[in-house]
Design a protein around this ligand. Structure first.
Ligand code: MEV
Length: 446
Protein backbone atom coordinates (compact mmCIF):
# COMPACT_ATOMS: atom_id res chain seq x y z
CA UNK A 1 0.00 0.00 0.00
CA UNK A 2 1.47 3.40 -0.94
CA UNK A 3 1.84 5.92 1.86
CA UNK A 4 -0.85 8.00 0.14
CA UNK A 5 -3.45 5.31 0.76
CA UNK A 6 -2.88 5.00 4.51
CA UNK A 7 -5.82 6.28 6.52
CA UNK A 8 -5.39 9.19 8.92
CA UNK A 9 -7.66 10.21 11.78
CA UNK A 10 -9.43 13.17 10.20
CA UNK A 11 -10.72 16.09 12.26
CA UNK A 12 -12.77 19.30 11.92
CA UNK A 13 -11.29 22.79 12.02
CA UNK A 14 -12.43 26.24 13.10
CA UNK A 15 -11.41 29.48 11.40
CA UNK A 16 -9.84 27.70 8.41
CA UNK A 17 -10.47 30.64 6.07
CA UNK A 18 -8.45 32.91 8.39
CA UNK A 19 -5.27 30.85 7.95
CA UNK A 20 -2.90 31.99 5.22
CA UNK A 21 -2.24 29.75 2.22
CA UNK A 22 0.84 28.07 3.67
CA UNK A 23 -0.90 27.45 7.00
CA UNK A 24 -3.90 25.94 5.19
CA UNK A 25 -1.66 23.56 3.27
CA UNK A 26 0.26 22.65 6.43
CA UNK A 27 -2.99 21.93 8.26
CA UNK A 28 -4.23 19.81 5.36
CA UNK A 29 -1.03 17.83 5.06
CA UNK A 30 -0.81 17.37 8.81
CA UNK A 31 -4.37 16.17 9.29
CA UNK A 32 -5.49 14.54 6.06
CA UNK A 33 -2.41 13.36 4.17
CA UNK A 34 0.29 10.93 5.10
CA UNK A 35 3.12 12.11 2.89
CA UNK A 36 3.24 15.79 3.87
CA UNK A 37 6.21 16.63 1.68
CA UNK A 38 4.73 15.13 -1.44
CA UNK A 39 1.35 16.80 -0.86
CA UNK A 40 2.93 20.21 -0.40
CA UNK A 41 5.13 19.79 -3.44
CA UNK A 42 2.19 18.74 -5.67
CA UNK A 43 0.18 21.77 -4.62
CA UNK A 44 3.13 24.11 -5.05
CA UNK A 45 4.05 22.66 -8.42
CA UNK A 46 0.89 24.19 -9.85
CA UNK A 47 1.44 27.67 -8.45
CA UNK A 48 2.26 30.31 -11.00
CA UNK A 49 5.72 31.84 -10.77
CA UNK A 50 4.22 35.21 -11.56
CA UNK A 51 3.09 36.24 -8.08
CA UNK A 52 0.62 38.81 -9.34
CA UNK A 53 -1.06 36.26 -11.58
CA UNK A 54 -1.13 33.70 -8.76
CA UNK A 55 -2.71 36.25 -6.43
CA UNK A 56 -5.39 36.92 -9.03
CA UNK A 57 -6.22 33.20 -9.11
CA UNK A 58 -6.04 32.92 -5.32
CA UNK A 59 -8.65 35.62 -5.03
CA UNK A 60 -11.20 34.06 -7.40
CA UNK A 61 -12.46 31.81 -4.60
CA UNK A 62 -11.98 31.21 -0.88
CA UNK A 63 -9.41 28.83 0.61
CA UNK A 64 -7.37 28.56 -2.61
CA UNK A 65 -4.39 26.26 -2.18
CA UNK A 66 -3.36 25.71 -5.79
CA UNK A 67 -4.52 25.93 -9.41
CA UNK A 68 -6.35 23.13 -11.17
CA UNK A 69 -5.31 22.86 -14.80
CA UNK A 70 -7.48 21.73 -17.70
CA UNK A 71 -6.12 21.51 -21.23
CA UNK A 72 -7.11 24.36 -23.54
CA UNK A 73 -7.45 23.04 -27.09
CA UNK A 74 -8.29 24.69 -30.40
CA UNK A 75 -10.85 23.44 -32.92
CA UNK A 76 -10.22 25.31 -36.19
CA UNK A 77 -12.20 25.58 -39.43
CA UNK A 78 -15.60 26.44 -37.99
CA UNK A 79 -17.46 28.30 -40.73
CA UNK A 80 -20.36 29.98 -38.93
CA UNK A 81 -22.70 32.34 -40.78
CA UNK A 82 -20.07 32.74 -43.50
CA UNK A 83 -17.17 33.59 -41.15
CA UNK A 84 -14.34 31.28 -40.07
CA UNK A 85 -13.74 30.73 -36.35
CA UNK A 86 -11.24 28.84 -34.23
CA UNK A 87 -12.98 27.51 -31.13
CA UNK A 88 -11.10 27.59 -27.81
CA UNK A 89 -12.14 24.53 -25.80
CA UNK A 90 -11.25 23.76 -22.18
CA UNK A 91 -11.85 20.07 -21.56
CA UNK A 92 -10.14 16.98 -20.22
CA UNK A 93 -11.80 14.29 -22.38
CA UNK A 94 -9.27 12.98 -24.92
CA UNK A 95 -11.34 12.84 -28.10
CA UNK A 96 -13.59 15.91 -27.84
CA UNK A 97 -11.41 18.55 -29.55
CA UNK A 98 -10.36 16.12 -32.28
CA UNK A 99 -14.02 15.25 -32.95
CA UNK A 100 -15.04 18.93 -33.01
CA UNK A 101 -12.23 19.79 -35.41
CA UNK A 102 -13.25 16.99 -37.72
CA UNK A 103 -16.90 18.05 -37.70
CA UNK A 104 -15.91 21.71 -38.18
CA UNK A 105 -13.85 20.86 -41.28
CA UNK A 106 -16.52 18.49 -42.64
CA UNK A 107 -19.23 21.17 -42.52
CA UNK A 108 -16.95 23.97 -43.70
CA UNK A 109 -16.76 22.02 -46.97
CA UNK A 110 -20.57 21.80 -47.13
CA UNK A 111 -21.67 25.39 -46.64
CA UNK A 112 -20.85 25.74 -42.96
CA UNK A 113 -23.06 26.23 -39.93
CA UNK A 114 -25.93 28.68 -39.71
CA UNK A 115 -26.80 30.04 -36.29
CA UNK A 116 -29.39 32.56 -35.11
CA UNK A 117 -30.31 33.97 -31.74
CA UNK A 118 -34.10 33.80 -31.44
CA UNK A 119 -34.47 35.78 -28.19
CA UNK A 120 -32.37 36.83 -25.22
CA UNK A 121 -34.69 37.35 -22.26
CA UNK A 122 -33.60 36.25 -18.78
CA UNK A 123 -35.84 35.55 -15.81
CA UNK A 124 -35.70 36.32 -12.10
CA UNK A 125 -38.18 35.72 -9.30
CA UNK A 126 -39.01 37.06 -5.86
CA UNK A 127 -40.65 34.14 -4.07
CA UNK A 128 -42.97 35.16 -1.24
CA UNK A 129 -45.83 34.02 0.97
CA UNK A 130 -48.98 36.10 1.37
CA UNK A 131 -51.79 34.97 3.66
CA UNK A 132 -54.83 36.95 2.66
CA UNK A 133 -57.12 38.31 0.02
CA UNK A 134 -55.61 37.91 -3.47
CA UNK A 135 -57.60 40.86 -4.86
CA UNK A 136 -55.92 43.10 -2.27
CA UNK A 137 -52.50 41.80 -3.28
CA UNK A 138 -53.38 42.50 -6.92
CA UNK A 139 -54.44 46.02 -5.95
CA UNK A 140 -51.11 46.56 -4.18
CA UNK A 141 -49.26 45.22 -7.23
CA UNK A 142 -51.00 47.68 -9.57
CA UNK A 143 -49.26 50.63 -7.94
CA UNK A 144 -46.10 48.71 -7.17
CA UNK A 145 -44.38 48.52 -10.57
CA UNK A 146 -43.31 52.20 -10.85
CA UNK A 147 -42.02 52.03 -7.26
CA UNK A 148 -40.04 48.89 -8.03
CA UNK A 149 -38.55 50.44 -11.15
CA UNK A 150 -37.69 53.65 -9.31
CA UNK A 151 -35.99 51.75 -6.46
CA UNK A 152 -33.60 49.92 -8.82
CA UNK A 153 -32.71 52.97 -10.94
CA UNK A 154 -29.15 53.18 -9.51
CA UNK A 155 -28.66 49.53 -10.54
CA UNK A 156 -30.37 49.69 -13.96
CA UNK A 157 -29.00 53.08 -15.08
CA UNK A 158 -25.90 51.70 -16.84
CA UNK A 159 -27.68 48.66 -18.23
CA UNK A 160 -30.34 50.95 -19.72
CA UNK A 161 -27.59 53.04 -21.36
CA UNK A 162 -26.49 49.84 -23.08
CA UNK A 163 -30.06 49.19 -24.24
CA UNK A 164 -30.99 46.58 -21.61
CA UNK A 165 -32.82 46.62 -18.31
CA UNK A 166 -36.10 45.37 -16.89
CA UNK A 167 -38.54 44.26 -19.57
CA UNK A 168 -41.54 43.16 -17.55
CA UNK A 169 -42.70 42.57 -13.98
CA UNK A 170 -45.71 40.40 -13.26
CA UNK A 171 -47.39 38.88 -10.22
CA UNK A 172 -47.84 35.12 -10.33
CA UNK A 173 -50.31 33.27 -8.17
CA UNK A 174 -48.91 29.84 -7.31
CA UNK A 175 -51.29 29.05 -4.45
CA UNK A 176 -52.82 26.11 -6.30
CA UNK A 177 -49.45 24.36 -6.14
CA UNK A 178 -48.29 25.62 -2.72
CA UNK A 179 -50.35 27.35 -0.01
CA UNK A 180 -49.92 31.16 0.09
CA UNK A 181 -47.12 31.09 -2.53
CA UNK A 182 -46.74 34.00 -4.99
CA UNK A 183 -43.96 35.37 -7.15
CA UNK A 184 -42.81 38.59 -8.67
CA UNK A 185 -41.81 37.20 -12.07
CA UNK A 186 -39.37 39.54 -13.77
CA UNK A 187 -37.96 39.54 -17.30
CA UNK A 188 -34.58 41.14 -18.01
CA UNK A 189 -32.44 42.09 -20.96
CA UNK A 190 -28.84 42.01 -19.77
CA UNK A 191 -27.23 42.76 -23.16
CA UNK A 192 -23.67 41.35 -23.36
CA UNK A 193 -23.44 40.34 -19.71
CA UNK A 194 -24.69 37.04 -18.34
CA UNK A 195 -26.36 39.31 -15.81
CA UNK A 196 -26.58 37.16 -12.69
CA UNK A 197 -25.35 39.89 -10.34
CA UNK A 198 -27.44 42.55 -12.04
CA UNK A 199 -30.59 40.43 -11.87
CA UNK A 200 -30.06 39.33 -8.28
CA UNK A 201 -29.36 42.89 -7.12
CA UNK A 202 -32.57 44.12 -8.77
CA UNK A 203 -34.58 41.26 -7.26
CA UNK A 204 -33.31 41.84 -3.73
CA UNK A 205 -34.25 45.50 -4.02
CA UNK A 206 -37.70 44.50 -5.34
CA UNK A 207 -38.16 42.21 -2.35
CA UNK A 208 -37.31 45.05 0.03
CA UNK A 209 -39.82 47.39 -1.65
CA UNK A 210 -42.53 44.72 -1.80
CA UNK A 211 -42.20 43.95 1.90
CA UNK A 212 -42.20 47.63 2.86
CA UNK A 213 -45.23 48.43 0.71
CA UNK A 214 -47.14 45.45 2.10
CA UNK A 215 -46.33 46.33 5.70
CA UNK A 216 -47.60 49.90 5.24
CA UNK A 217 -50.61 49.23 2.95
CA UNK A 218 -53.64 50.72 4.71
CA UNK A 219 -56.06 48.28 3.08
CA UNK A 220 -54.10 45.21 4.32
CA UNK A 221 -55.08 43.38 7.50
CA UNK A 222 -52.38 42.69 10.11
CA UNK A 223 -51.90 39.20 8.70
CA UNK A 224 -51.69 40.52 5.13
CA UNK A 225 -49.12 43.11 6.19
CA UNK A 226 -46.95 40.24 7.34
CA UNK A 227 -46.03 39.27 3.75
CA UNK A 228 -43.01 36.98 3.95
CA UNK A 229 -40.17 37.08 1.43
CA UNK A 230 -38.72 33.60 1.01
CA UNK A 231 -35.97 34.37 -1.50
CA UNK A 232 -34.98 36.45 -4.50
CA UNK A 233 -32.92 34.86 -7.26
CA UNK A 234 -32.51 34.62 -11.01
CA UNK A 235 -33.65 31.47 -12.77
CA UNK A 236 -31.15 29.40 -14.72
CA UNK A 237 -34.09 28.13 -16.75
CA UNK A 238 -34.05 30.48 -19.74
CA UNK A 239 -36.52 29.19 -22.34
CA UNK A 240 -36.73 32.72 -23.77
CA UNK A 241 -32.99 32.97 -24.35
CA UNK A 242 -32.80 30.62 -27.29
CA UNK A 243 -30.26 30.06 -30.04
CA UNK A 244 -30.67 27.87 -33.10
CA UNK A 245 -27.79 26.16 -34.91
CA UNK A 246 -28.14 24.09 -38.06
CA UNK A 247 -26.37 22.45 -40.96
CA UNK A 248 -27.73 21.02 -44.19
CA UNK A 249 -26.51 19.57 -47.46
CA UNK A 250 -27.65 17.20 -50.21
CA UNK A 251 -27.53 13.63 -48.87
CA UNK A 252 -25.14 12.48 -51.59
CA UNK A 253 -22.49 14.82 -50.18
CA UNK A 254 -22.63 13.21 -46.76
CA UNK A 255 -20.60 10.07 -47.05
CA UNK A 256 -16.81 9.97 -46.88
CA UNK A 257 -16.81 6.19 -46.69
CA UNK A 258 -16.95 4.12 -49.86
CA UNK A 259 -18.76 1.31 -48.01
CA UNK A 260 -21.73 3.52 -47.20
CA UNK A 261 -23.69 5.86 -49.48
CA UNK A 262 -24.78 9.31 -48.36
CA UNK A 263 -28.41 8.09 -48.34
CA UNK A 264 -27.56 5.11 -46.12
CA UNK A 265 -25.59 7.31 -43.76
CA UNK A 266 -28.36 9.93 -43.55
CA UNK A 267 -30.98 7.26 -42.88
CA UNK A 268 -28.96 5.72 -40.05
CA UNK A 269 -28.09 9.11 -38.61
CA UNK A 270 -31.71 10.31 -38.59
CA UNK A 271 -32.71 7.02 -36.94
CA UNK A 272 -30.10 7.56 -34.22
CA UNK A 273 -31.55 11.01 -33.54
CA UNK A 274 -35.12 9.62 -33.46
CA UNK A 275 -34.02 7.08 -30.84
CA UNK A 276 -32.68 9.91 -28.67
CA UNK A 277 -35.95 11.80 -29.20
CA UNK A 278 -38.10 9.00 -27.79
CA UNK A 279 -35.77 7.14 -25.39
CA UNK A 280 -34.56 9.01 -22.27
CA UNK A 281 -31.71 6.56 -21.49
CA UNK A 282 -30.23 7.31 -24.89
CA UNK A 283 -31.23 11.00 -24.83
CA UNK A 284 -29.13 11.68 -21.73
CA UNK A 285 -25.97 10.26 -23.33
CA UNK A 286 -26.79 11.88 -26.67
CA UNK A 287 -27.16 15.26 -24.94
CA UNK A 288 -24.01 14.63 -22.90
CA UNK A 289 -22.23 14.54 -26.26
CA UNK A 290 -23.79 17.91 -27.15
CA UNK A 291 -22.60 19.28 -23.80
CA UNK A 292 -19.02 18.10 -24.49
CA UNK A 293 -18.84 20.86 -27.09
CA UNK A 294 -20.90 23.43 -25.22
CA UNK A 295 -19.22 23.12 -21.82
CA UNK A 296 -15.73 23.29 -23.34
CA UNK A 297 -16.46 26.65 -25.01
CA UNK A 298 -18.44 27.91 -22.02
CA UNK A 299 -15.52 27.12 -19.68
CA UNK A 300 -12.88 28.59 -21.99
CA UNK A 301 -14.86 31.83 -22.25
CA UNK A 302 -15.26 32.12 -18.46
CA UNK A 303 -18.98 31.46 -18.38
CA UNK A 304 -20.93 29.49 -15.77
CA UNK A 305 -21.14 25.93 -17.11
CA UNK A 306 -23.31 24.75 -14.18
CA UNK A 307 -25.95 27.33 -15.04
CA UNK A 308 -25.79 26.38 -18.71
CA UNK A 309 -26.01 22.65 -17.91
CA UNK A 310 -28.98 23.09 -15.56
CA UNK A 311 -30.86 25.29 -18.04
CA UNK A 312 -30.26 23.08 -21.06
CA UNK A 313 -31.22 19.82 -19.36
CA UNK A 314 -34.39 21.42 -18.00
CA UNK A 315 -35.18 22.54 -21.55
CA UNK A 316 -34.60 19.00 -22.80
CA UNK A 317 -37.49 17.96 -20.51
CA UNK A 318 -39.81 20.85 -21.33
CA UNK A 319 -42.45 18.59 -22.93
CA UNK A 320 -42.69 16.42 -19.82
CA UNK A 321 -40.16 13.81 -20.90
CA UNK A 322 -36.38 14.09 -21.25
CA UNK A 323 -35.55 14.13 -24.96
CA UNK A 324 -32.91 14.87 -27.57
CA UNK A 325 -31.73 18.45 -27.94
CA UNK A 326 -30.90 17.88 -31.61
CA UNK A 327 -33.15 16.91 -34.50
CA UNK A 328 -32.52 15.63 -38.01
CA UNK A 329 -34.48 15.09 -41.21
CA UNK A 330 -34.10 14.15 -44.84
CA UNK A 331 -36.52 15.87 -47.19
CA UNK A 332 -36.30 16.02 -50.98
CA UNK A 333 -32.75 14.70 -50.86
CA UNK A 334 -31.58 17.32 -48.35
CA UNK A 335 -30.15 16.28 -44.99
CA UNK A 336 -30.84 18.76 -42.20
CA UNK A 337 -29.50 18.65 -38.65
CA UNK A 338 -30.40 21.31 -36.09
CA UNK A 339 -30.77 22.25 -32.45
CA UNK A 340 -32.50 24.98 -30.46
CA UNK A 341 -31.20 25.46 -26.94
CA UNK A 342 -31.34 28.04 -24.16
CA UNK A 343 -27.94 29.64 -23.48
CA UNK A 344 -27.46 32.55 -21.09
CA UNK A 345 -23.90 33.69 -21.77
CA UNK A 346 -21.89 36.83 -21.23
CA UNK A 347 -18.91 38.42 -22.93
CA UNK A 348 -18.56 41.26 -20.44
CA UNK A 349 -18.48 41.12 -16.63
CA UNK A 350 -17.64 38.12 -14.47
CA UNK A 351 -14.33 36.45 -15.33
CA UNK A 352 -14.33 37.84 -18.88
CA UNK A 353 -12.05 40.77 -18.13
CA UNK A 354 -10.19 39.12 -15.24
CA UNK A 355 -8.86 35.71 -16.24
CA UNK A 356 -6.04 36.14 -18.79
CA UNK A 357 -6.91 32.91 -20.61
CA UNK A 358 -10.59 33.85 -20.77
CA UNK A 359 -9.65 37.22 -22.24
CA UNK A 360 -7.49 35.43 -24.78
CA UNK A 361 -10.27 32.94 -25.62
CA UNK A 362 -12.58 35.88 -26.34
CA UNK A 363 -9.83 37.49 -28.47
CA UNK A 364 -9.50 34.20 -30.39
CA UNK A 365 -13.24 34.40 -31.05
CA UNK A 366 -12.77 38.00 -32.28
CA UNK A 367 -14.41 39.62 -29.23
CA UNK A 368 -17.97 38.34 -29.83
CA UNK A 369 -21.12 39.94 -28.45
CA UNK A 370 -23.13 37.70 -26.09
CA UNK A 371 -25.45 36.75 -28.96
CA UNK A 372 -22.50 35.85 -31.21
CA UNK A 373 -21.06 33.73 -28.41
CA UNK A 374 -24.44 32.00 -28.07
CA UNK A 375 -24.28 31.15 -31.78
CA UNK A 376 -20.68 29.89 -31.65
CA UNK A 377 -21.33 27.81 -28.53
CA UNK A 378 -24.49 26.23 -29.95
CA UNK A 379 -22.54 25.34 -33.09
CA UNK A 380 -19.87 23.66 -30.93
CA UNK A 381 -22.63 21.52 -29.37
CA UNK A 382 -24.20 20.62 -32.69
CA UNK A 383 -20.81 19.78 -34.23
CA UNK A 384 -19.90 17.57 -31.28
CA UNK A 385 -23.19 15.69 -31.51
CA UNK A 386 -22.71 15.27 -35.26
CA UNK A 387 -19.22 13.86 -34.72
CA UNK A 388 -20.40 11.45 -32.00
CA UNK A 389 -23.36 10.18 -34.04
CA UNK A 390 -21.23 9.83 -37.15
CA UNK A 391 -18.79 7.60 -35.24
CA UNK A 392 -21.51 5.72 -33.40
CA UNK A 393 -23.44 4.89 -36.58
CA UNK A 394 -20.36 3.97 -38.65
CA UNK A 395 -17.09 2.81 -37.04
CA UNK A 396 -18.30 2.78 -33.42
CA UNK A 397 -17.09 5.30 -30.86
CA UNK A 398 -14.14 3.38 -29.41
CA UNK A 399 -11.89 3.56 -32.48
CA UNK A 400 -11.49 7.34 -32.34
CA UNK A 401 -11.84 7.54 -28.58
CA UNK A 402 -9.14 4.97 -27.84
CA UNK A 403 -6.81 6.52 -30.42
CA UNK A 404 -6.92 9.71 -28.39
CA UNK A 405 -6.87 7.84 -25.08
CA UNK A 406 -3.71 5.92 -26.02
CA UNK A 407 -1.50 8.75 -24.75
CA UNK A 408 -3.27 8.71 -21.37
CA UNK A 409 -2.61 4.98 -20.97
CA UNK A 410 1.02 5.47 -21.97
CA UNK A 411 1.44 8.35 -19.52
CA UNK A 412 -0.22 6.34 -16.74
CA UNK A 413 2.46 3.69 -17.37
CA UNK A 414 5.34 6.18 -17.48
CA UNK A 415 6.19 5.51 -21.12
CA UNK A 416 9.28 7.31 -22.41
CA UNK A 417 9.07 9.58 -25.48
CA UNK A 418 10.68 6.82 -27.59
CA UNK A 419 8.22 4.21 -26.30
CA UNK A 420 5.34 6.59 -27.07
CA UNK A 421 6.54 7.06 -30.63
CA UNK A 422 6.84 3.33 -31.22
CA UNK A 423 3.49 2.59 -29.60
CA UNK A 424 1.67 5.25 -31.66
CA UNK A 425 3.19 3.74 -34.81
CA UNK A 426 2.26 0.19 -33.73
CA UNK A 427 -1.33 1.13 -32.91
CA UNK A 428 -1.98 2.85 -36.23
CA UNK A 429 -2.36 -0.75 -37.49
CA UNK A 430 -3.75 -2.48 -34.40
CA UNK A 431 -6.90 -2.20 -32.30
CA UNK A 432 -6.42 -0.15 -29.14
CA UNK A 433 -7.79 -1.50 -25.88
CA UNK A 434 -6.42 -0.89 -22.40
CA UNK A 435 -5.07 -4.44 -22.17
CA UNK A 436 -3.60 -4.51 -25.69
CA UNK A 437 -1.65 -1.32 -24.93
CA UNK A 438 -0.27 -2.71 -21.65
CA UNK A 439 0.58 -6.01 -23.30
CA UNK A 440 2.45 -4.33 -26.15
CA UNK A 441 4.27 -1.96 -23.78
CA UNK A 442 5.44 -4.88 -21.65
CA UNK A 443 6.56 -6.76 -24.76
CA UNK A 444 8.52 -3.76 -25.93
CA UNK A 445 10.14 -3.30 -22.53
CA UNK A 446 11.15 -6.93 -22.20
C1 MEV B 1 -18.80 10.71 -24.82
O1 MEV B 1 -18.20 11.73 -24.08
C2 MEV B 1 -19.99 11.23 -25.57
C3 MEV B 1 -20.80 10.19 -26.34
O2 MEV B 1 -21.19 9.13 -25.46
C4 MEV B 1 -22.01 10.89 -26.88
C5 MEV B 1 -23.02 9.98 -27.54
O3 MEV B 1 -23.12 8.81 -27.17
O4 MEV B 1 -23.74 10.48 -28.43
C6 MEV B 1 -19.98 9.57 -27.44
Amino acid sequence: MSSRNKIKMTKPVNGFSKLNKTEKIEWLAENYLTDNKEAVSILEQYWNEDEKLQKLHDEFIENTVSNFYLPLGLAPNFLINGKYHVLPMAIEESSVVAAASKAGKFWSERGGFKATVINQTKIGQVHFLFKGDISKLEKLFKDLEPKLREAVKPITKNMEKRGGGILDISLKNKTKELDHYYQLFVKFDTRDSMGANFINSCLEKFAEVLQKEASTAEFFSTEEKDLQIIMSILSNYVPECIVRAEVSCPVDQLSEDKNMSGEQFAEKFVQAVRIAEIEPYRAVTHNKGVMNGIDAVVLATGNDFRAVEAGIHAYASKDGKYSSLTHASVENGIFKFWMEIPLALGTVGGLTSLHPLVKLALDILQRPSASELMEITAVAGLAQNFAALRSLTTTGIQQGHMKMHLMNILNQNAATEKEKEEMVEYFTHHTITHSSVIEQLEKMRS
